[in-house]
Design a protein. Structure first.
Lengths: 114, 113
């Protein structure tokens, strides 16, 4: 079984709809992240969390919110989806206190906003 | 100017060829450097860290040039399975207890028979 899972893997929604992307991990890591990837651009950090209920904004948090109610789960919400939020979304985890932290990515969620 | 810049490619090479990618970064205080590999429509995976003294892992060699602010990845004896996008990743100066990753947009490699 994969250590970092994301649901759904693909989603098509309409402008104005609220949607939630879920991320779960079995690695026991304390840190979790949400990124988006657009063609021709590097991954951009949306939000990150160091522990349960700890929430920090990344580079592009506008239009997004997150929730970390359990160590293993980190959800990303688009309150009112818009077409320029069409992208590939990745969740990642890492473990603190290990010097250079390696981030482990989930398989991604492909989101299309019409 | 982007914080991390890479040639998007694609680099089209035959099997067995040696290919090299460079990546430049703008923040001279950057601390850590990595190469990640991303297959089409898949998640990025760590390929190797890049140390000041350079490091080698099988057919892959990574080097860091702090004076010129670039890192490189050399792949020898290319395999078809090396076809992927290679992401250059840099960590700026440590702050706030978090080693933030700055990703380049990637260099695409296509190895053909």
């Amino acid at each position: 079984d994969a250590d970092v899972t994301q649901t759904p893997r693909n989603r098509i929604t309409k402008t104005g709809k609220r949607i939630m992307l879920e991320c779960s991990q079995t690695k026991g890591h304390d840190r979790m992240y949400w990124y988006r990837q657009d063609p021709g651009l590097g991954l951009q950090l949306i939000y990150y969390s160091f522990d349960v209920k700890d929430i920090n904004k990344g580079e592009i948090s506008d239009g997004y919110s997150v929730s970390r109610q359990a160590q293993a789960k980190f959800s990303l919400s688009l309150e009112s989806a818009i077409p320029n939020q069409t992208a590939l979304y990745f969740c990642a985890t890492s473990e603190s206190g290990r010097g250079q932290e390696t981030q482990y990515f989930g398989p991604g969620t492909r989101l299309l906003v019409l | 100017r982007k914080e991390v810049e890479q040639d998007p490619g694609p680099f089209n090479v035959p099997e067995g060829a040696t290919v090299a990618f460079n990546c430049t970064y703008s923040n001279s205080a950057s601390q850590s450097f990595f190469w990640y590999r991303q297959d089409c429509r898949k998640e990025p995976k760590l390929l190797m860290s890049v140390y000041s003294s350079g490091n080698e892992d099988g057919r892959f060699t990574a080097q860091l040039n702090r004076a010129s602010q670039y890192i490189s990845l050399l792949i020898r004896d290319s395999k078809l399975s090396d076809s992927a996008t290679y992401l250059c990743v840099v960590t700026p100066m440590f702050s706030g207890g978090y080693n933030k990753l700055i990703f380049g947009a990637g260099t695409r490699l296509a190895v053909h028979p």
